[in-house]
Design a protein around this ligand. Sequence first.
Ligand SMILES: [Zn+2]
Length: 77
Amino acid sequence: MAARLRPGILLPSGRITGETDRIVHLFPLPLGAARPDRLTSLCGELVITPGIAEVLTRLGGMPCAACLALATGVASG
Ligand SMILES: [Zn+2]
């Protein structure tokens, strides 16, 4: 699943999300019917909770290179 922060979300740093904060991260789909309270991106950089992120139905925007590398098995760096 691909998702990014919604615009106008208050970050822990006190800033409001702008376009540069809206990198598209990849998340493992939860197994089973239970919906977790939070999901962590493959790269571990972004933890989303209900209401702060938008799920993308197709890839768009600026992708997270670390998530892509982990998802495709391509080493980064
Ligand atoms: Zn990522």
